[in-house]
Design a protein around this ligand. Structure first.
Ligand code: PEP
Ligand code: MG
Length: 685
């Protein structure tokens, strides 16, 4: 046996990359190599990366290296040599990479709300939602271990692919971390412990991986050194990947730091619903566009958000300092102190949005020439209910009921849906609320549907409901029952034609009959449809004869009319709300409703934007539904215009040739007619 003493002199301590180099060197020898802290508080196997990391050896830590075996002297020489070279981290060719990793990094995206904040990155991967314990029969334990090994193999393949891509696109300096992830995966401290747990506890592989992963993570949270403690996110990443590969399920919700900036490749609306928003300062995602649901919710909650950052997630680590500038559509990772001092940060988080509303007007707004326009609220989460009153909305023009799907089991429970619709009706008051039947598929609730090649054109919305009639029936019953105690209507999403309307209405009628026979208290409701696909626009006159009202979903109308995926940042410049084809579709729908004498609420994001709201008023819309926080601004603008003048501008837009031409026209006309209302930067482009 031989031993030596060493001190960790490297600036970042014995962190993942250094530990990975140590494992590589130690594994070349047959001897057992142990590292011990001189204060006796911990020891580690030098061939196990997870074991080394639990030493929490920051700069200045004294260690003893003990080698036992036939090549112990050579092993000691090699390891001590590595310590003296600071783990080969700062070799000439690598120094550049390290400094790149911690120097300021600016990334352009699309700001989809207001605010500029400084916070700390919390990386969030849509991983595993819940892991349950299951007892495995003796005879099946071997199968369970094989399942775990298969998940390890799959995770390894995924990580190798990510590493290759990172190396090519971002350089070696950003790819090294995946070497460490790969070492975690093959570390006996993880794999052997999980397999032992499966056998000893007769446990399913998911639970065993979670227990072992939590144990490793808890060691990390006790580490004193901030830099090393933050490296726990690497282990968490690997465990999440394993769990996702074992279960194939949805996200696991993280514990939030006080000033968390959620950084993710993409975020499901249901995930935002589950987060403790009092602690979230901002959101930054690789995917997304102005009308992706995540962006809509962020705006609704008053949460600073930048989306469409493409390859940003992989450049971050949990705990990194970050500026999110939604006004400028930019994020800055590792901001230098001079950069921080250049910014004026806004305060307040989602939790304080209602408080900022102050004294607001209620009821419809009147234009200068006396046209009355109702301003309603689009809501999605129960936390937004209060905002309906706070921002003076005429009730709820659109309740996106999909949030109910974010909690397992809730969807299937008629009673719990009933409670939710009842409190919605209470929040909406005398004006009432419009509940949309589940708009599942596309980007929402995708965990409920099978993977499809083209989800936006697949089993989405009304199609999903007609295929899953029990889900639809349960929701319809809950709405009808809640309508007995509050004013509710129902809207069917994404109908393509009269056939969709008739099939949906017959399900609703059957449920009405059933409630009657069962003697359950309920009330019949007005039935409307979302007009948001071109075929519905083209047959709007016929659809209008079958329903009580229309809701114009301009977000999807733009997506489907122009064939531009609303959540795909690569095509966001083709997503043109003011495209003449879109304006034509809106105008045609408004006319069809007028001829049939039914109401139309415009409820896409278009209605939330003051300049667009004026155009809508010009085309004859008298009912707009929007993010509650935008109501006072839209109200102020509409109260200062003449609908007649707006109509003139709208008519000229309708005959323009391109989106650019319409935007130009809006800029010029609005600047000339209403200069005090529309400073140049408040207009498109
Ligand atoms: C729309 O499509 O405009 C709409 C209001 O619905 P969603 O954004 O939920 O698809
Ligand atoms: Mg829609």
């Amino acid at each position: 046996m031989g031993e030596r003493r060493v001190q960790v002199t490297s600036r970042l301590g014995l962190h993942a990359r250094a530990a990975a180099n140590l494992v590589r060197v130690a594994s070349q020898f047959k001897s057992c190599l142990t590292l011990e802290r001189l204060d006796g508080s911990a020891e580690a196997d030098a061939k196990s990366i997870l074991s080394i990391l639990t030493l929490a050896a920051s700069r200045g830590t004294d260690l003893r290296i003990i080698a036992t075996g036939e090549d112990e002297q050579e092993a000691l020489d090699a390891v001590v040599g590595l310590f003296s070279r600071d783990f080969d981290e700062f070799r000439k060719d690598d120094g550049r990479q390290i400094s790149r990793a911690i120097s300021e990094l600016r990334c352009k995206g699309l700001g989809v709300s207001d605010g500029v904040v400084l916070g700390r990155v919390l990386r969030f991967q849509e991983g595993t939602r819940e892991v349950y314990r299951a007892e495995i029969a003796e005879a099946d334990l071997e199968r369970e271990r094989r399942r775990f090994r298969a998940a390890v193999r799959l995770s390894r393949r995924q990580l190798e692919a990510i590493k290759d891509r990172a190396e090519k696109e971002l350089g070696r300096g950003h790819a090294y971390i995946f070497d460490a992830h790969l070492l975690f995966l093959q570390d006996a401290k993880l794999t052997r412990d999980v397999e032992d747990y499966i056998v000893k506890e007769r446990s399913n592989a998911e639970w065993a991986a979670k227990v072992v992963g939590d144990r490793l993570l808890s060691i990390y949270t006790q580490i004193n050194d901030e830099y090393l403690r933050e490296r726990g996110s690497d282990i968490e990443d690997v465990i999440q990947r394993l769990l996702a590969n074992l279960t194939g399920e949805g996200p696991k919700y993280p514990k939030l730091l006080e000033d968390a900036v959620i950084v993710s490749t993409d975020l499901l609306p249901s995930t935002i619903a589950e987060l403790n928003l009092n602690h979230v300062k901002a959101i930054a995602t690789d995917a997304g566009g102005w009308t992706s649901h995540m962006a809509i919710i962020a705006r609704g909650l008053g949460l600073t958000a930048v989306v469409g950052l493409r390859d940003f997630y992989h450049r971050t680590r949990t705990g990194d300092r970050i500026i999110v500038d939604a006004r400028g559509g930019e994020v800055i990772l590792h901001p230098a102190s001079e950069t921080v001092s250049e910014y004026q940060f806004t305060t307040g988080s989602a939790g304080s949005i209602a408080a900022s509303a102050g004294a607001v007007e209620h009821g419809p707004v009147k234009t200068l020439d006396g046209v009355e326009i109702s301003l309603r609220a689009n809501v999605e989460l129960p936390t937004e209910f209060q905002a309906v009153h706070d921002f003076g909305a005429c009730g709820v023009g659109l309740f996106r009921s999909e949030f109910l799907l974010s909690r397992p089991g809730l969807m299937s429970s008629e009673q719990r849906q009933y409670e939710a619709y009842k409190s919605l009706a209470e929040a909406a008051g005398d004006y009432g609320a419009v509940v949309r039947l589940f708009d599942v598929g596309g980007e929402v609730g995708s965990e409920l549907t099978d993977r499809e090649r083209n989800p936006a054109l697949g089993l989405r919305a009304v199609r999903f409901n007609l295929r899953n009639k029990e889900i639809m029936r349960t929701q319809v019953r809950a709405i009808l029952r809640a309508a007995a105690v509050g004013k509710l209507s129902l809207v069917i999403p994404m109908v393509a034609d009269v056939a969709d309307v008739r099939m949906s209405k017959s399900v609703i009628e059957e449920e009405i009959e059933r409630l009657k026979t069962e003697n359950v208290e309920f009330s019949a409701v007005r039935i409307g449809v979302m007009i948001e696909v071109p075929s519905a626009v083209l047959t709007a006159e016929r659809i209008a004869r079958e329903v009580d009202f229309f809701e114009l979903g301009t977000n999807d109308l733009v997506q489907y009319t122009l064939a531009v995926d609303r959540g795909n940042d690569k095509v966001s410049e083709w997503f043109r709300t003011l495209h003449p084809a879109v304006l034509y579709g809106i105008d045609r729908t408004l006319q069809a409703a007028k001829n049939a004498n039914i109401a139309v609420t415009v409820c896409g994001e278009m209605a939330s934007t003051p300049a667009y709201a004026v155009l809508l008023a010009g085309m004859g819309a008298t009912d707009l539904s929007m993010i509650p926080a935008m109501i006072p601004r839209v109200r102020a603008v509409l109260s200062q215009i003449k609908a007649n003048e707006a109509r003139e501008v709208a008519m000229r837009c309708l005959v323009a040739g391109t989106g650019d031409e319409v935007e130009e026209l809006v800029r010029n006309e609005f600047k000339a007619r209403w200069p005090q209302l529309f400073p140049p930067n408040a207009l498109p482009k």
